[in-house]
Design a binder for this molecule. Structure first.
Ligand SMILES: Nc1nc2c(c(=O)[nH]1)N[C@H]1C(S)=C(S)[C@@H](COP(=O)(O)O)O[C@H]1N2
Ligand SMILES: [Mo]
Length: 438
């Protein structure tokens, strides 16, 4: 059975945001794709040939000597973000704005668009929705390329997904502060995440309408924002990352609304892809076109970026990242001042891309003992659960609060996360520093 046939079935049977694992492992799929590229049967425009040669060689599929992988560098511009970024809600990192996790304490379940983190490779483009068109093209279609206006998309049956968008690098800074070994990239704390009700149309419906061939294996959504150029002048082209057809047909939507209003400019207006549970880079903003291919596709975002590299990984890196990990965090400022002998109601959120959150425990003694927090939401994979925990500190001075989440797949946050050079998928227990004063 081909991947395509499997995923067509899952698209029909899946109406929720549940997603099924592809039967072939990502690693073997990746090796097969690399082999196809080496044999001239895959397309990789905008990916340096030496980068793919390095992957192919490192995977033991060819005898070329791999070249060193350079760390990604962010473009030098300031934040080209449209919405206001008040300091009580945001921390600016270059072109990106991190939400202050503690500020979520006064939001409800979803994150208001005004307070949602922004991760921009360049700057937010201003796009005219009236003349906007989505171009779907490639040899993975049965016929010619097709264009869809926003009005065309609105004629498909709308669906809503309640899901987080979380950057793969969220919590990256804890690799440095807790484990003594940094990962390159934006030093996010825990605020490179938000949850919204995303409304739009199923990508599977639109692909079927465009004439999806049974031979299609990958799609490549691409943004209309500027080309991503690093400080050394290398252009990676427009932001784009291939996705297997199995995911595209499963639970992915083309979203035009966020929490009941049109998408704001910073979050992809007029239309973005929304790939529930997957690393944020999969949810391409300001969507301009989607290539549908019968051959595996590559872009820098599934070769150089968004794989795990490092001591613990093969030289060609892990398979391209798909799902996010599991995390939990307190809605407390770092070094929050808490008075002794007072009962505090500590609050936080926990989330996992692998299942619903079933348990959150808190430790105030460095992890020696744990007590269960109270959960306030019915958990859902790919979204978060709010929790609270009463705490009455007795000893004054510096202290650490730890939270540890478990999901319905049985996964619990570990004490440490294996290091990777780009600091992706930090999932270990975070030791949150506070001060107890008398
Ligand atoms: N076109 C485009 N899409 C993009 C990006 C981008 O820079 N350009 N950034 C990606 C990354 S890395 C993340 S984490 C999410 C962030 O979504 P948000 O800015 O709406 O929070 O968008 C993804 N989609
Ligand atoms: Mo990201």
């Amino acid at each position: 059975m081909t991947r395509h046939t499997e995923s067509s079935e899952s698209a029909e049977s899946t109406d929720s945001s549940e997603s099924s694992e592809p039967t072939e492992s990502e690693a073997s799929y990746d090796r097969r794709r690399l082999r196809q590229w080496a044999a001239g049967r895959a397309r990789a425009e905008g990916v340096a040939r030496r980068d793919l040669l390095r992957l192919v060689a490192a995977a033991g599929l060819a005898s070329t000597v791999p070249v060193a992988l350079s760390a990604p560098r962010a473009a030098a511009a300031g934040p080209g973000i449209v919405k206001p970024l008040p300091p009580e809600w945001f921390i600016i990192h270059g072109t990106n704005a991190e939400a202050r996790f503690e500020s979520f304490a006064d939001t409800g379940y979803t994150t208001p668009a005004a307070r949602f983190f922004v991760r921009n490779h360049t700057t937010t483009p201003r796009i005219d929705a009236a003349s906007w068109k989505l171009n779907i093209w490639g040899d993975g279609l049965t016929g010619r390329a097709r264009e869809f206006t926003l009005a065309d998309l609105r004629r498909f049956k709308p669906v809503t997904r309640t899901a987080f968008v979380e950057c793969a690098g969220n919590a990256r800074s804890f690799f440095a502060t807790q484990q003594g070994r940094a990962g390159s990239g934006t030093p996010w704390t825990t605020g490179a995440i938000g949850v919204a009700h995303w409304r739009g149309v199923r990508l599977s419906d639109v692909l079927q309408k465009a004439g999806l061939s049974r031979r299609a294996v990958d799609i490549m959504p691409r943004g209309l924002d500027d080309e991503y150029v690093t400080s050394d002048g290398t252009s990676y082209g427009r932001v784009r990352r291939p996705m297997p057809v199995s995911k595209a047909l499963d639970d992915v939507i083309l979203a035009y609304e966020m929490n009941g209003s049109p998408l704001p400019p910073d979050h992809g207006y007029p239309v973005r892809l929304l790939a529930p549970s997957w690393v944020g880079i999969s949810s391409i903003k300001w969507l301009g076109d989607i290539e549908v291919s019968t051959e595996p596709l590559y872009s820098p975002w599934n070769t150089d970026f968004y794989r795990l590299f490092g001591d613990a990984y093969p030289a060609e890196g892990s398979a391209p990242l798909t799902r996010q990990t599991i995390k939990s965090a307190f809605e407390l400022p770092w070094n929050a001042d808490l008075s002794a002998h007072t009962r505090h109601r500590l609050t936080g959120r926990a989330w996992s891309a692998g299942g619903a959150i079933t348990r959150v425990e808190v430790s105030a003694d460095g992890g020696a003992s744990w007590r269960a927090a109270r959960l306030h939401d019915r958990g859902q994979e790919g979204s978060w659960t709010r929790w609270s925990f009463p705490w009455k500190p007795t000893r004054t001075g510096p202290a650490e609060l730890l939270s540890r989440a478990t999901d319905s797949a049985g996964r619990t946050q570990p004490a440490t996360t294996v290091h990777n050079t780009q600091g992706y998928l930090f999932g270990a227990v975070i030791r949150h520093a506070v001060t107890v004063s008398g």
